[in-house]
Design a protein around this ligand. Structure first.
Ligand code: CP3
Length: 340
């Protein structure tokens, strides 16, 4: 039997779209919160392979999603490049030292920090139900660089955008180092058992068009091309959040096999503007999932209708939020699955 999510990503439309949700393993699940408390925090969980495998599988067990996404974080790559990664309680991530002072050369690479992730992949691969597709992921270089340069998350990525304009040669080196590490990281995830990979470019929307070409499209194209060479037939999903009208160029120039759409994209515009056989993923607003009820079903129906005649993976436009009621996730799954 073919796995419905994997088949869709390879271009075969399914009568009923497969479903998974970004951040489906996480704080909205009581079983996740319990295990995180027991292990002493998010990073401890990520680095404990049996626990991370368990967290990856929790949403599959509870909801029967078509895809399981590896439980890890995009900031594991900066950690492998030699920055120290911490998550303070109730705070975002911190990376030290920040690269604002051109400190890339001062970093001591630590690729061994990724070993627990590959072990998690092997354990999940051995345990998943036969119809579930296993997705690996990494951050895209621009998005990862915004954390590496500033040392923390930020509202408009201003420090990193200034850096990229002020010293494009130094920034190019940072982007290239991230891209090289990411190719190796995703290749090893694939060798350990993931069947498709997603590139998260959460901050792609903060760049002007020329900067988008240089820092989003070019490095993602290099990653996609290297992965296609090394692992032919393994689909790559690009998720350039906030790319808006730049999506058709992103798709054409990066060579991604499928594209994730955020909730600001009109599904009818996407259906008309993207190549007609291209698998698309998305794009329910995570906030309408919190609202639930008829509003959610109307929004989901609009997405299903727009993508009815192409390969479509149902998903949110961004990650599920922690105050999402579990009953609404169940309602969404029942609705999408009865839509075929
Ligand atoms: O999708 C999944 O379920 C797989 C796991 C996953 C996590 N982070 C787990 C996580 C994935 C794919 C990510 C991606 C990620 N991480 C992105 C890109 C996607 C996006 O959401 O925009 C980014 C920018 C990060 C960096 C990051 N990780 C931040 C800024 C934070 C803190 C803010 C927050 O949402 O808590 C994290 C922490 C994080 N990563 C959590 C989880 C489940 C929450 C940690 C906790 O349990 O307290």
């Amino acid at each position: 039997m073919k796995k419905p999510l994997l088949a869709t990503l390879l271009g075969e439309r399914q009568p009923t779209p497969p479903v998974w949700l970004m951040r489906q393993a996480g704080r909205y699940l009581p079983e996740y919160r319990a295990l995180r408390a027991e292990k002493g925090g998010f990073l401890a969980l990520v680095n404990d392979s049996p626990a991370a495998a368990e967290v990856t599988i929790q949403p599959i067990r509870r909801f029967g999603f078509d895809g399981a996404i590896l439980f890890s974080d995009i900031l594991m790559v900066p950690s492998a490049l030699g920055q120290d990664l911490t998550f303070g309680v109730g705070e975002g991530p911190a990376l030290t030292p920040p690269l604002l002072d051109h400190a890339l050369q001062g970093l001591q690479a630590a690729p061994q920090r990724l070993e627990p992730v590959y072990e998690t992949v092997r354990q999940v691969t051995a345990a998943l139900p036969a119809q579930t597709t296993f997705l690996g992921f990494a951050g895209s270089p621009w998005t990862v660089a915004t954390y590496m340069v500033a040392g923390h998350g930020s509202r408009d990525q201003g420090e990193t955008r200034r850096f990229a304009y002020g010293d494009p040669a130094a920034f190019e080196e940072i982007i290239a180092a991230i891209a090289t590490c990411t190719i190796d990281y995703l290749s090893k995830q694939i060798e350990a058992g993931v069947e498709a990979v997603q590139l998260f470019d959460s901050w792609a929307g903060s760049l002007s068009p020329a900067q988008f070409e240089r820092w989003v499209i070019a490095p993602n194209a290099a990653i996609v091309s290297a992965l296609h060479d090394r692992h032919p037939g393994v689909p790559v999903i690009g998720f350039p959040k906030g790319a808006g009208e730049k999506l058709p160029a992103y798709v054409r120039e990066t060579g991604v096999d499928a594209v994730g759409l955020d909730e600001t994209i009109d599904p009818e515009w996407a259906a008309a503007s993207l190549p007609k056989d291209l698998p698309v993923q998305g794009n329910l607003d995570p906030l309408v999932l919190i609202a639930g009820g008829a509003a959610m079903e109307q929004a989901a129906a609009r997405i299903l209708a727009a993508f009815a005649d192409r390969p479509h993976v149902f998903n949110l436009g961004h990650g599920i939020l922690q105050d999402t009621p579990i009953a609404h996730v169940e309602q969404l799954l029942a609705f999408v699955r009865s839509a075929g």
